[in-house]
Design a protein around this ligand. Structure first.
Ligand SMILES: NC(=O)C1=CN([C@@H]2O[C@H](COP(=O)(O)OP(=O)(O)OC[C@H]3O[C@@H](n4cnc5c(N)ncnc54)[C@H](O)[C@@H]3O)[C@@H](O)[C@H]2O)C=CC1
Ligand SMILES: O=C(OP(=O)(O)O)[C@H](O)COP(=O)(O)O
Length: 337
């Protein structure tokens, strides 16, 4: 059994912990947090050993009636791999800790690409992460773009990508985020950081991205234009995408007009936390004009990177190839609405 440590038990960390628990070849050795809160309490309720990420604050857990298993150093030392899901920039500070105990580590998309040996997307470059010590699972948006581009590149070739990313202002629990009544060009400079980030997965890709932030919390929305290397009928692209387990084509008959109904559907289907691990592509939006492909896709920022973290664990430890790992991950967490 692969012993997995999770350092940072917030939006991403708690979802990765639940997904690790579903795997036949992995166990959650423990999760580390800086301070007690509702997430620390639920970690204990779920039976995850809770470790103190910051020594000076360890007493706060006892004061709140939460039992601590030990300091984060102990957890890192005993683990086969650490998933660092701390806020942007903290992962970089933690790298020294993981190196000290010679424990390989996964980082999240908020960290810089040059922190790691490999930036990772399971569908696109699984093999690059085999045996690597420091791997970054790219951000929710980069994951969403990579999943669409990988099959298009293989089937037709891609000349140029242009994407406009309408990004949610904050996650539902991030009460201090915004905007609350505006539409922001964000970042206002072009390209946004997403294009260069996708190039950490496909280094020969020509991609321009523009970003915005809007008063929404549920999901991001991408408006995508891909110039393919050949003229393709839209129905062929739909068939190509239908073969991809992490692309959900929203059928017209479902009458899902946006992120609200998508999330409602995920809740109705019994998904944990209403998570949607797949890209959600409106089937009717898939259109071609000559070699230009257009589509809209919704990206559930809180959960699409979760299966990618699970696959990255197997890649780093050389425990499976891409196909085996993706199949196991999808089957155990319930991918395929
Ligand atoms: N929330 C999202 O939509 C997505 C986030 N990401 C990336 O995932 C990473 C984590 O983001 P979230 O889960 O949203 O953040 P979060 O703020 O929800 O969770 C981070 C957790 O780490 C804890 N923490 C803070 N400092 C720590 C330390 N020194 N040691 C251990 N734990 C510490 C916090 O208390 C919190 O529980 C970031 O790099 C972010 O860019 C990637 C994809 C989507
Ligand atoms: O990595 C993300 O988005 P991004 O790729 O748009 O920077 C996640 O949705 C986290 O975004 P945040 O930096 O707005 O919390």
């Amino acid at each position: 059994m692969i012993q997995v440590a999770i350092n940072g038990y917030g939006t991403i960390g708690k979802r990765v912990a639940d997904a690790v628990r579903e795997q036949p070849d992995m166990e959650v050795l423990g999760v580390a947090k800086t301070r007690p809160n509702f997430e620390a309490e639920t970690a204990i309720e779920k039976g995850f050993p809770l470790y103190a990420a910051v020594e000076e604050r360890a007493d706060q857990f006892g004061d709140a009636g939460l039992e601590i298993a030990g300091p984060v150093e102990e957890l890192v030392e005993d683990a086969d791999i650490v998933v660092d899901a701390t806020p942007s920039g903290i992962g970089a500070q933690n790298k020294e800790l993981y190196e000290e105990y010679d424990t390989p580590a996964l980082y999240q998309g908020g960290e810089d690409a040059d922190l790691v040996d490999v930036s990772f997307n399971a569908r696109s470059n699984f093999e690059d992460a085999v045996g690597a010590d420091h791997v970054r699972v790219v951000s929710c948006n980069t994951t969403g773009l990579s999943r669409v581009l990988a099959p298009l590149r293989e089937a037709y070739g891609v000349e140029k990508v242009r994407a406009t990313l309408v990004r949610r202002g904050g996650d539902p629990g991030q009460t201090s985020r915004g905007p609350i009544n505006d539409i922001l060009p964000n970042p206002v400079t072009i390209p946004s950081h997403h294009g260069p980030d996708v190039e950490t997965i496909f280094d020969d890709l020509d991609i321009d991205t523009l970003g915005m932030k809007v008063p929404a919390t549920l999901m991001h929305m991408h408006s995508l234009n891909v110039t393919l290397s050949e003229e393709v009928d839209a129905s062929e692209v739909r068939d190509l995408f239908a073969e991809e387990s992490r692309l959900f084509l929203i059928p017209e008959r479902m009458d899902i007009d946006g992120s609200g109904k998508l999330k409602e559907y995920a809740h109705d289907s019994g998904r944990p936390r209403g998570d949607i691990w797949e890209n959600c592509i409106w089937e009717e939006s898939i259109s071609t004009v000559g070699a230009d492909l257009y589509l809209f896709q919704g990206i559930h920022q809180e959960s699409d990177v979760v299966p990618e973290n699970i696959d990255a664990i197997r890649a780093v430890l050389g425990e499976a190839d891409a196909e085996e790992s993706i199949e196991t991950t999808d089957g155990t967490i319930g991918i395929g609405l």
